[in-house]
Ligand binder design. Structure first.
Ligand SMILES: Nc1ncnc2c1ncn2[C@@H]1O[C@H](COP(=O)(O)OP(=O)(O)OP(=O)(O)O)[C@@H](O)[C@H]1O
Ligand SMILES: [Mg+2]
Length: 141
């Protein structure tokens, strides 16, 4: 039997006046895609936020590759291979596009932020997606 990548067992979470999650369990096997469906207020976002360490569960266990883990924040989630892309996207007005691509995961080289890598990668992604011209490097669309 293939081991689950992620296993959520008996997770509960209450907010003042509402029990958002009541003994929720689900499992994710390697190479599978899941859609979590439910009406407004069903607790979908709360569950995702727990898996991403934004909220702590009141009860229950999360296992990654069979090992019980405590995910205290999104950086720890990332270290476990878990990332969340939010429905409502915000951007940081003072940041460049390149900086925004690496928000929360700035690459380091010899103890310093690797700006060359950041700019090179940003240019590569923007070209790949057709935002800048592959030949001139100028804006495409
Ligand atoms: N930070 C919070 N403080 C208080 N109550 C909250 C908080 N976050 C969620 N809730 C409540 O928990 C319940 C589940 O909310 P949640 O946002 O997880 O639902 P959802 O399934 O993502 O809904 P939607 O489809 O509207 O995004 C709701 O009753 C909601 O009002
Ligand atoms: Mg939601």
């Amino acid at each position: 039997m293939t081991q689950n990548l992620l296993s959520v067992q008996g997770v509960s979470k209450s907010f003042p006046g509402v029990k958002a999650l009541d003994d929720v369990s689900f499992e994710v096997r390697p190479g599978t895609v899941h859609a979590l469906c439910g009406e407004n207020g069903a607790g979908k976002s709360t569950l995702m936020k727990i898996i991403n360490g934004i909220y702590q569960p009141d009860a229950g266990t999360i296992r990654v590759n069979g090992e019980a883990v405590r995910i205290r924040n999104p950086i720890e989630a990332r270290a476990q291979g878990i990332a969340m892309i939010s429905q409502e996207l915000n951007y940081v007005p003072d940041m460049t596009i390149a900086e925004s691509f690496f928000l929360g995961r700035l690459p380091m080289r010899f103890g310093k932020i690797d700006w060359r890598h950041i700019r090179r990668e940003a240019r590569r992604i923007l070209k790949e997606e057709g935002w800048i011209s592959p030949s001139t490097g100028g804006w495409g669309r």
